[in-house]
Write a protein that binds this ligand. Sequence first.
Ligand SMILES: [Zn+2]
Length: 151
Amino acid sequence: MHSEKPLSSRQCVICSSVLVGRSDKRFCDIKCRNYYHAEVRRSVKSVVSETMKILKHNYVQLTGMLGEKDSCVVDRLALERKGFRFNYVTDAELLGGIIYYSLFGIRYRLYKKRVYISVDSNRKPVSPFIFERWNREYAETKTGIAEQLRI
Ligand SMILES: [Zn+2]
């Protein structure tokens, strides 16, 4: 005979009904288990999608500012007015006392009221499959960029 844990610690994570059976059981039935996993997935998807939306918006703004050029200098306020959020980046690097921020291969640094934007020359080579997938999954972003650049 094995010892049972107190009933209070043996409740379904979702509906709080008393659990019977294996000591590592967390859900009373498959419905509660599926509900739990669906909620976790939904929550992660929501956070990731909101962050990606902001990153995409930032990327579109930098791309729009750069246009055909490899680098440019813009007013910080001009970017802020376009809804650019400076705390959303894909990378940040400290080089010679200057912080370089990156957004999908475009980098920028801040100096006083100006933003120095350039194409990231240290961009690591990536598989062409990634671009193929990116094109497929983010077709709407590409359309957005095309609209921004009016091409
Ligand atoms: Zn339950």
